[in-house]
Design a protein around this ligand. Structure first.
Ligand SMILES: [Mg+2]
Length: 410
């Protein structure tokens, strides 16, 4: 099977940006920490700090105990995003970037002659040189090349820092045998426990499972098949799920049982629903919003409006503002529950997209905001309409959903 994917993973990204920008920190143990606080965890650690056992997630007090000379520097998210764009441009000069997976990871597809191992290695070397030239030589990356996206990411993790690892299909599955189960993207601590329950303790055993066994472990034939083929180097194309509606509802906490409170939570739910819509690659053609009121026999309020196919939060918020003006305003109504539903969903490939710059800009803006939220948390950026309701309707989808279902890993 050809080498179809090249994966770039920046090494100790946040800490490297700090070392690049401030020569005083170079060669020293550095931990990047959230701005305010002692009782907090490290966001990133330089290689020098990692040598002392300091990692992402290590509490700062413990990190200081592990390494007495640790330099704790406050995070500068805006700077990391700025450098991120320079890195994406630098990589793009060597090979087109197919998907940006996070602030420090991107996947590229290799085509034609690029798939020859020696050429893929040349591209990897060119990427490292381009990133160093654009951002400085402290910005190092590990590159993985493999027949599919999942294995390319696994390969990028095998040698750090400044690594280059090529996994050829002839070397499969033996090349994976020494890995830990959690080295595979999509296997976190919970999935690892589940594998243990099925008597799978090693990557070698994982690779030896049949489709049936993998399906049992993952509780789904689709996932079982995907793992089976991906571990063998196949590129798995996902069948698009047929989805017709996408909704979010919330019983209001007592402090939000007001007109303004219910609106704030609805706005928050719209942000969530639109984020989900983009995650699943669909567009919405209709918006429904509703409020149920406290008290027996109360009928709720419901309204809906068509949308020209969109997936950006701003367009849906504006449509919602039109609906909201029509709500009942009796002073004795106490809102209890709110809901938003997006319907007439179509997958991206079946959607006739707008040719207007304005609409395209809105979609691009939504995608940029998603990328920022992925890196810096769900409240890092939002539309002003949401202000004051950031914690209303907390997200139930865990932060950092394993990106194993994203096309770049297929
Ligand atoms: Mg990284």
């Amino acid at each position: 099977m050809p080498l179809r994917y090249l994966f770039v993973d920046m090494n100790s990204y946040f800490a490297s940006v700090e070392q690049q920008d401030r020569p005083r920190l170079r060669g020293r143990p550095v931990a990047v920490v959230p701005v305010q606080a002692q009782t907090t965890c490290c966001l990133a650690a330089s290689y020098e700090a990692k040598a002392f056992g300091v990692k992402t997630g290590t509490p700062v007090w413990r990190a200081r105990a592990l390494c007495r000379d640790l330099e704790c520097v406050p995070a500068r998210p805006a700077r990391y995003v700025e450098i991120h764009h320079e890195i994406v441009r630098a990589v793009g000069r060597c090979v087109p970037v197919d998907r940006v997976l996070s602030v420090d990871e991107m996947a590229c597809k290799l085509l034609g002659d690029e798939r020859k191992p020696e050429n893929a290695a040349k591209i990897a070397a060119a990427i490292k040189a381009a990133v160093a030239k654009a951002c400085g030589r402290w910005m190092r990356c590990s590159v993985g090349v493999a027949p599919n996206g999942l294995l390319a990411k696994v390969a990028s993790d095998m040698r750090k820092p400044d690594g280059l690892t090529v996994i050829r299909s002839e070397e499969l599955p033996a090349r994976l045998h020494a890995l830990k189960l959690t080295d595979f993207p999509g296997i976190g601590p919970r999935m690892e426990k589940c594998l243990h329950l099925h008597n799978v303790f090693t990557a070698e055993r994982l690779c030896a499972l049949s489709v049936q066994q993998l399906s049992r472990v993952w509780g789904s034939r689709v996932h079982g098949e995907r793992w089976y083929y991906q571990l063998r180097g196949d590129e798995v194309h996902e069948k698009p799920a047929v989805r017709r509606t996408l909704g979010q509802s919330n019983v209001l906490p007592p402090e939000h049982r007001t007109d303004a409170g219910s609106r704030a939570v609805l706005v928050r739910l719209i942000h969530k629903a639109c984020g989900r819509l983009r995650d699943v690659g669909h567009w919405a053609g209709h918006l429904h919003a509703g409020v149920n009121y406290l008290g027996a026999g109360r009928r709720g309020w419901e309204a809906s409006t068509p949308l020209s196919p969109c997936q950006d939060t701003l367009t849906v918020l504006q449509a919602f503002a039109g609906l909201w003006g029509r709500r009942p305003r009796d002073a004795d109504l106490t809102p209890l529950k709110v809901a938003v539903t997006l319907t007439r969903l179509t997958p991206t490939r079946a959607t006739t997209l707008s040719l207007f710059d304005e609409d395209r800009n809105r979609t691009a803006l939504a995608q940029a905001m998603d990328a920022i939220k992925k890196c810096f948390g769900r409240n890092s950026v939002y539309f002003g309409a949401l202000s004051g309701a950031e914690d209303a309707a907390p997200l139930r989808i865990p932060f950092g959903t394993p990106p194993v279902n994203s096309p770049a890993y297929q």
